[in-house]
Design a protein around this ligand. Structure first.
Ligand code: CMP
Length: 139
C-alpha cells in the first residue's frame, strides 16, 4: 500500500556530532515535507515503550541507554510512498551495508549508533508519530 506519512528521529549520536541541519537538508531535498518537528530527550520509560518490540533482544539495554543519553530530533514527514522511500533514503540498519549517499552511510557510526530512525510500516508510522506529537503539533 502507498502511504504518505512516516516518522523519523535523528538519534543522539547524530545530534552530538552536529548533523541535525545536514540530515534535515537531505530529507527535504529528497522531497519530504516536514509536518512536525521537535528536539526532545527520551526518558528510559519512553525508550523502553518506543522500542518494546525489541525488549527480548540482546541489544535492548544498550539501545535504551543510547537513545536516552542525549537529545533527539523527532519529525513527521510527508511524501508519496513515504515509509518505503524514507527507508531507501536512510539506508540499511548497519552503516557498513548502507548504500552510498544514504543518510546512514554518511552519518552513522555503527549498527547501534545509526544516526536516524525510520518507521517500518504505515501502522508503526502512525503509532510512532502519536507517541511524540499531538494532533495540534502536526501541520
Ligand atoms: P532502528 O532500526 O531505528 O530501530 C531499532 C534499533 O535497534 C536499530 O535502529 C539500531 O539502533 C538498534 N539495533 C538493531 N540491531 C542492533 C544490534 N545488533 N546491536 C545493537 N543495536 C542494534
Amino acid at each position: 500500500m502507498m502511504t504518505n506519512r512516516t516518522f523519523t528521529m535523528i538519534k543522539p549520536d547524530a545530534v552530538e556530532n552536529g548533523h541535525i541541519g545536514s540530515i534535515l537538508e537531505k530529507i527535504t531535498s529528497a522531497g519530504f515535507k516536514i509536518l512536525a518537528l521537535k528536539k526532545t530527550q527520551l526518558t528510559v520509560a519512553d525508550a523502553e515503550a518506543f522500542y518494546s518490540v525489541h525488549s527480548e533482544r540482546p541489544f535492548f539495554g544498550e539501545l535504551v541507554e543510547f537513545m536516552t543519553r542525549g537529545p533527539i530530533v523527532a519529525a513527521v514527514l510527508e511524501k508519496e510512498n513515504a515509509v518505503n522511500d524514507f527507508r531507501v533514503l536512510i539506508g540499511a540498519t548497519n552503516p557498513a551495508e548502507a548504500a552510498e549517499g544514504t543518510i546512514r552511510s554518511l552519518y552513522a557510526t555503527s549498527m547501534g549508533e545509526n544516526a536516524v530512525h525510520g518507521s517500518d510500516s504505515d501502522e508503526n508510522a502512525a503509532i510512532e508519530s502519536a507517541f511524540h506529537f499531538s494532533g495540534r503539533e502536526i501541520f
